[in-house]
Design a protein around this ligand. Sequence first.
Ligand SMILES: [Mg+2]
Length: 254
Amino acid sequence: MKRYKAYCFDLDGTVYRGDEGIASAIAFIQKLQQEGIEPFYITNNATKTPEQVQQKLAALGIAAPLQHIYTSALVTATYVEQHFRQMKVQVIGSDGIRVALAEKGIHITNDEDASAVVMGLDREINYAKLASACLAIQNGAKLIGTNGDMKFPTEQGFVPANGSFVHLVATVTETEPLFIGKPSPIMLEAIAQAHHYSKNEMVMIGDNYQTDILCGIRFGCDTIHVNTGVTSTAQVQVQQEQPTCCLSSMAEWA
Ligand SMILES: [Mg+2]
């Protein structure tokens, strides 16, 4: 099996399911660390701060350095910092995105003269917030979603994820949103840039074809699909663009 310098792991469905760790992935990560390779963790979940992700991984037996945890919230904040001179944004979202923006010195406003509207999952979303976002965009603000996931599974069935609300605002304002999270390659680009890796030194590992695998393919690095989450191996095999490798779990990676 090829050796990489940067193993980039998706989290939900790849390293854990809910609060339960996926043993094969955890063992693989610990083995890499024993060999002196520190993996990266990439999540579309914008509700948690990197510190909260670090705590969750620690509870599963993984010691992860903060600089190796990339949330869509963190990368969105970096994007806003780099692309908007006047850093005044409206936010619909929770802790993860609010803290990330504040740490970059970005001013969060309710005014409709914001230069961007940043949307991450907000479990307290309401009509007033959505209306205000729509008005800001009609005044020239750019619409940015931390991630475009439309739904996520719960024990009872699917519930709305961030993308559903971003598409609502996009429909009203007739604009095209920019999504930072996977399958956009922006998060892998951020890792390559910050840590000086070339694409052939990196691999993206994940359970979701539409986000993780397409993210790696669009970025241009190798990809490993694991059959431990959203997309089954059978569903991957009918796709036109195939991952580099399909595994039932990381235990198969000899
Ligand atoms: Mg996943």
